[in-house]
Design a protein around this ligand. Structure first.
Ligand SMILES: [Fe+2]
Length: 350
């Protein structure tokens, strides 16, 4: 079955507007989950959400199935028309450190988790917002020049989420609540260009190191809602002190996987050939950049192993209507991170 409404905009992005029937199916499942849960931030909710996602309208499950198994010729999908009630969600928060329980955005949060669960299992990082699944992405004046979600005055350069970590997500979703500043989300996929044999040989060898990004450091995790045990950062500290060399490209030559973070990645010391290959790869992403200005109700599914993403420079309207996005990560292999989780039901990687 093909989706006749799906419109290729510009590679690598395809658009799927939700049909009224699909919206009704989503709302019905949101009603059920909202009757039982006042927060999406528990493993019990994540499990209920995974099961509910199996009851999503079949066209949506089919779209997710085809996307995650690489049947579609795109590495990002824009789903339009996800319900976002601008009056109910209230003012944009001033900081990511917003309340977890009974938020005014509960229905929007459930809908995002539900739809994204069609791609994989929700999880969080203990060292990033104490494991919060669904992050707030809002401009923070103090962080405006940083490579962080709160940044704005510098381009958020090409990256895969948690590129430094072997258990990084397979997919992330971003839902837009507000973007009146019209900041651009940027995307590039490895499918848009060929990698010559000599460069493939270099880029697919473990000749690069990726350091943990600053969102996983203690000073970016100071919160009014929790006190994070310093021991939680022990593994991150080790990854920072002794990064293990990794390849930038891997897997199938025809449909490769990417492990890239332009700001935190470099060739191993002295390997000028690898650094030149890495610079070439970044140059290719720049040459094939695709941008999208997200609108309220847009949900972007990004294949985190097949596309890099970032954000343009923009001028935030700091205040109650500033840019407000939400992000959640999912994995196709929750079992794989079992050694780094406290128990099988826990969804936080320590
Ligand atoms: Fe990101």
């Amino acid at each position: 079955m093909t989706h006749s409404t799906d419109t290729p905009v510009r590679a690598p992005l395809h658009v799927h507007p939700l049909t009224p029937r699909e919206c009704a199916g989503i709302e019905q499942l949101v009603d059920q989950l909202a009757a039982s849960f006042g927060s999406v931030e528990t493993s019990e909710f994540a499990d209920a959400c995974a099961l509910a996602a199996q009851e999503l309208p079949r066209p949506l499950r089919e779209l997710a199935h085809r996307f995650k198994h690489l049947h579609l010729p795109c590495s990002a999908l824009l789903i339009r028309g996800v319900p976002v009630d601008d009056s109910r969600i209230g003012p944009s928060p001033a900081h990511w450190d917003a309340t977890w329980r009974n938020p005014p955005t509960l229905r929007e949060e459930i809908a995002q988790c539900l739809l994204t669960s069609a791609l994989g299992e929700i999880f969080g990082w203990r060292t990033q917002e104490n494991g919060r699944f669904l992050r707030h992405i809002v401009p923070i004046e103090r962080d405006r020049g940083e490579q962080l979600g709160g940044g704005s005055s510098v381009t958020l350069v090409w990256h895969n989420e948690e590129a430094f970590h072997e258990h990084r997500c397979d997919f992330l979703s971003i839902v837009c609540y507000r973007n009146e500043e019209r900041a651009e989300t940027i995307l590039a996929t490895i499918d848009d260009f060929d990698v010559p044999d000599d460069l493939w040989a270099v880029l697919s060898a473990p000749r690069f190191v990726v350091l943990p990004d600053t969102s996983h450091l203690p000073d970016q995790n100071i919160s009014a809602h929790w006190r994070l045990d310093d021991d939680a950062f022990e593994r991150i500290r080790r990854m920072y002190a002794e990064p293990c060399p990794v390849p930038a490209l891997s897997g199938s030559r025809r449909r490769p996987f990417i492990q890239v973070d332009e700001a935190y990645m470099r060739a191993v010391d002295g390997d000028t050939q690898a650094q030149a290959a890495f610079d070439w790869l970044i140059g290719r992403f720049n040459a094939h950049k695709c941008s999208v200005v997200l609108e309220p109700g847009d949900m972007l599914w990004i294949d985190n192993k097949r596309a890099v993403h970032g954000r343009s420079v923009y001028q935030p309207n700091y205040g109650p209507r500033h840019r407000w996005l939400r992000r959640v990560n999912v994995t196709m292999n929750l079992r794989g991170s079992m050694p780094l989780r406290e128990h099988a039901v826990a969804r936080h990687i320590v």
